[in-house]
Design a protein. Structure first.
Length: 102
């Protein structure tokens, strides 16, 4: 069952919420009506971490590094094609180097 709970209420009723989560309930944790976290029973396969992943998680917990919030978005290759040397020509034009002829 999906439930919503505010941070203040979560603090006050953490034990009960964790018991509910252990039985399969999912909680969306809110801060000023914005969802900031999701509490759910862990998936067994999701907790199989490599030695490197455990090390990175420990560094992140100690705030020695910051974990990326999401994977970088892949951009499709451009379909625009220009003649070879166009970029250099544009740079030369910007610099005022008119000796280079296209």
């Amino acid at each position: 069952m999906l439930k919503t709970i505010g941070i203040r209420e979560l603090k006050a009723h953490l034990s009960r919420v964790l018991r509910d989560v252990a039985t399969g309930d999912v909680y969306l944790v809110t801060d000023r009506h914005n969802v900031v976290a999701e509490l759910r029973k862990p998936d067994g396969d999701a907790w199989k971490m490599t030695r490197e992943e455990r090390g990175l998680a420990a560094l992140a917990a100690e705030q020695h590094l910051r974990v990326a919030e999401s994977a970088p978005r892949e951009y499709p290759a451009s379909t625009i094609r220009v003649p070879d040397g166009t970029a250099q020509w544009l740079i030369d034009q910007e610099r005022g180097d008119e000796r280079r002829v296209r």
